[in-house]
Design a binder for this molecule. Structure first.
Ligand SMILES: Cc1cc2nc3c(=O)[nH]c(=O)nc-3n(C[C@H](O)[C@H](O)[C@H](O)COP(=O)(O)O)c2cc1C
Length: 327
């Protein structure tokens, strides 16, 4: 199944600077989830553009061992693609972004949304929303010195009393940012409460660069609802896409035959095995597997033994049983 809208579109839906983007749905960057196998799968479903999970500036500068794996991408399927980076020191971010640029992404995305304490303590992620001057300095420096576009992903501010999304959006545009993704929550909210789509609409009305709306899309119908309500250029989907890549194709998992869910799930697992090797892939796939089989409602013991499988053979056998009993 593919995002037919994206397929039929003859002209680009929008541009990131001069890069054409076809389609209006994309997978959200999710550390530990949006790796190459999952990103490729969602692109095959019609995803318009890819952004990797965040990478730490310091790890880039010390050339950490894990970088090659973390920054791998398939240039035949994944373009346009951004590497997302987090940090707080404009000069270090520039040095890191210059190194990332050499690895051939189409653009660089700055994380200003992560609410995890370990990132905030470094003044990075959503903590940057408290220091708009630093955001201005980062975008000014990077956009002047990189040869590829720089984009950003923000929240609405630190808390409800300190909403500064409009100020930050203007700062990013005025300092050369070429696209803005907006998770419609504050840092204090983390993932609680409802995402504020009105704030996304406010940003879209205030700036001219493309705006990507994000937060709380769980059903395919909400994609067009968010677009209509906010006028955003595209919609970014995170948690609801886990074990449910069909949402990127604006389709319901519950409308897929079990045979199709089973097929896509095994294709995803095999792609992860190709990328990570069997032992690691089987472990990492647990996060996806429990969502794929949600609609099969397997007996608890079967569910647990599937998630505890340690080999592809074991996983395949139990998975066959899960889908057989679901018929
Ligand atoms: C497990 C997980 C990891 C995430 N990692 C990142 C990340 O690396 N970079 C980022 O900008 N946002 C990250 N996010 C936030 C998502 O991109 C997205 O903004 C958030 O989940 C809200 O969208 P949703 O309601 O569609 O899930 C992460 C979210 C989750 C659940």
């Amino acid at each position: 199944m593919e995002n037919t809208d994206a397929k039929l579109v003859k002209s680009p839906t929008f541009f990131i600077d001069s890069i054409p983007v076809y389609g209006d749905v994309l997978l959200a960057p999710m550390d530990g989830i949006s790796d190459p196998p999952f990103r490729i799968l969602t692109r095959k479903m019609g995803g318009a553009v890819n952004i990797t999970g965040f990478v730490n500036t310091n790890d880039i500068l010390r050339n950490a061992d894990y970088l090659d794996k973390r920054l791998a991408f398939d240039p035949n399927i994944e373009r346009p693609l951004a590497f997302q980076i987090f940090g707080s020191d404009p000069n270090l971010l520039l040095e890191a972004a210059l190194r990332l640029q050499d690895r051939g992404p189409d653009f660089i995305d700055i994380n200003m949304g992560c609410s995890a304490k370990v990132i905030r303590r470094k003044g990075a992620g959503s903590e940057l929303m408290a220091t708009p001057k630093t955001i201005a300095a980062i975008f000014k420096l990077l956009t002047r010195n990189l040869s590829i576009p720089v984009t950003g992903k923000i929240r609405l501010g630190i808390d409800d009393e300190n909403l500064n999304h409009l100020e930050v959006a203007h700062i990013i545009e005025d300092n050369g940012g070429k696209m803005l993704a907006v998770h419609g929550r504050t840092r204090v909210q983390a993932y609680e409460g409802k995402a504020n789509w009105h704030a996304i609409a406010e940003i879209k009305g205030a700036i001219s660069i493309p705006v990507i709306g994000n937060g709380d899309i769980v059903e395919p119908e909400q994609i067009d609802q968010m677009k209509k309500m906010t006028n955003c250029d595209a919609v970014m989907i995170g948690r609801a896409a886990i074990g449910n890549p069909w949402i990127i194709a604006k389709s319901h998992r519950k409308r897929q035959p079990h045979t199709e869910i089973h097929r896509v799930m095994m294709e995803h697992l095999k792609s992860m095995i190709g990328f990570y090797g069997e032992d690691k892939a089987i472990l990492l796939f647990r996060k996806h597997a429990k969502h794929y089989i949600a609609s099969c409602d397997p007996p608890r013991a079967m569910f647990v033994s599937l998630l505890r499988s340690e080999t592809l053979a074991e996983f395949t056998e139990i998975c066959d049983e899960v889908f057989t009993q679901a018929k």
